[in-house]
Ligand binder design. Structure first.
Ligand SMILES: [Zn+2]
Length: 183
């Protein structure tokens, strides 16, 4: 799914968790950050290489908006690091291990990991075999599930309509100060 939609769905989830007392406002921001990070991490080695003195900054833009058919050519090492960072960020195996460690360590902010999980679950079902299938079981396998690709006008229209409805629901159910409490 696109980065903005990931952030907005994470905002909906984070706000719902905040209302249940699981998170504070900064926790909601962390949920949103963790929900966009899996798609940004892979750009770090590409950014480092393209912004280096010999690099071509235009390649970073080409990389960011690439489809499987027109990916820019990158040095094999940069390509490999970007690929494995993408796999790590989209792996339920890795996220599960991190969550277990967080639980074992009784990390009291562990609910922020919901943002990461939300990204993985959404992407598993919104990427098709032709459009970057999500390596959800990495490092056990890099095969992905053949879901419904998000990059079609119909999917985008439905997705953003649902986001608008979710935002309206949050607004409608927000906690108002009791009547007569204002001065
Ligand atoms: Zn993703």
């Amino acid at each position: 799914m696109d980065l903005l939609a990931h952030a907005l769905w994470a905002g909906v989830a984070g706000e719902s968790l905040r209302r249940r007392g699981r998170l504070g406002p900064r926790g909601v921001a962390a949920v949103v950050a963790l929900a966009v990070l899996p798609d940004l991490m892979q750009g770090l080695p590409v950014a480092a290489w393209t912004l280096a003195p010999h690099g071509d900054p235009g390649l970073l833009w080409d990389f960011a908006r690439a489809t499987p058919a027109d990916e820019p050519a990158l040095p094999p090492a940069v390509q490999a690091v970007a690929h494995h960072l993408h796999c790590i960020g989209h792996s339920a195996v890795v996220a599960g291990a991190v969550t277990l460690v967080a639980r074992a360590a009784r990390w009291r902010h562990a609910w922020v990991l919901a943002g990461w999980w939300l990204h993985i679950v959404i992407d598993v079902f919104t990427h098709s075999a032709e459009f970057y299938p999500v390596p959800v079981l990495y490092p056990l396998t890099q095969r992905g599930f053949d879901g419904l690709a998000w990059n079609t006008p119909v999917f985008q229209a439905v997705n953003y309509t649902l986001l608008a409805l979710a935002g309206a629901w949050l607004w409608h159910t927000r906690r108002r100060p009791p009547a007569g409490s204002g001065r």
